[in-house]
Design a protein around this ligand. Sequence first.
Ligand code: ATP
Ligand code: MG
Length: 264
Amino acid sequence: MAMEAEKTKKEQKQPSEKKQEVVIAIKGLKKSFGEKHVLKNINLEVHRGENVVILGRSGTGKSVTIQCIVGMLKPDGGSVKVFGDEVADMSEKELKALRIKIGFLFQSGALYDSMTVRENLEFPLTRVLKIKDRDEIDRRVEEALDSVGLLEAIDKMPSDLSGGMRKRAGLARTIIVEPQIILYDEPTTGLDPITSREISDLILSIQKKQKTSSIIITHDMECARIASDRVVIMDDGEYIAEGTFDELHKSKEKIVGSYFKDIS
Ligand SMILES: Nc1ncnc2c1ncn2[C@@H]1O[C@H](COP(=O)(O)OP(=O)(O)OP(=O)(O)O)[C@@H](O)[C@H]1O
Ligand SMILES: [Mg+2]
């Protein structure tokens, strides 16, 4: 009987659901460090072209989750599949190939301080994609900088850039290899509200322009509002709520409400 009811429910849902390709599939993910059980049971699917925002208190394991996605950390249990392949089973060579498809924007922006902005952007083209054609390199560097509004800073050193400009340069370096997935770890942290908004708008425009799928970890609710198609809230090693920004905004759940209490 119960199965019957389940089936009917699924059948009823189908017409409104478009068939979507899953690019990241996380099931029952567990990760501990010694006695510290950080990820207890993480379940998440990211569809092609979708921006998923992860909210959660500091130290709940948001960064650990994305490190499992790129194979920098090995899970203790469960499954993390990217484009259908289990990350934990990949060889070093396969991981390298995976990391070309996945752009990773670190919190610090992580530019090389001894290189100009241009050289920072050339690096992934020449070292990772092994592109040798000078014209193609110049064109792609200029295009990437232009799309983050930073073309005029092409010959500057990172130390001459403001925090917001460094973030943009980091973003340009992430998108220059045209990754299919981008993982953003706190892209707006440490920026003023106006610059944060610009970065959030950029994240949205990259999604639209390059059809990327993204996970965006943030504490910035304005960024969540602007950039997300879907939001998940993480607490005590699990995802405890999921929905669109507006759905969660209306939620009566106490923990969910605590994230939205200052939002009009
Ligand atoms: N390589 C590691 N070795 C040991 N412990 C780790 C390691 N990486 C993360 N941890 C621990 O796992 C927990 C979760 O860390 P994580 O960085 O994922 O938190 P977070 O949710 O990203 O927090 P924040 O919002 O502050 O960035 C923390 O207690 C951290 O100390
Ligand atoms: Mg973190």
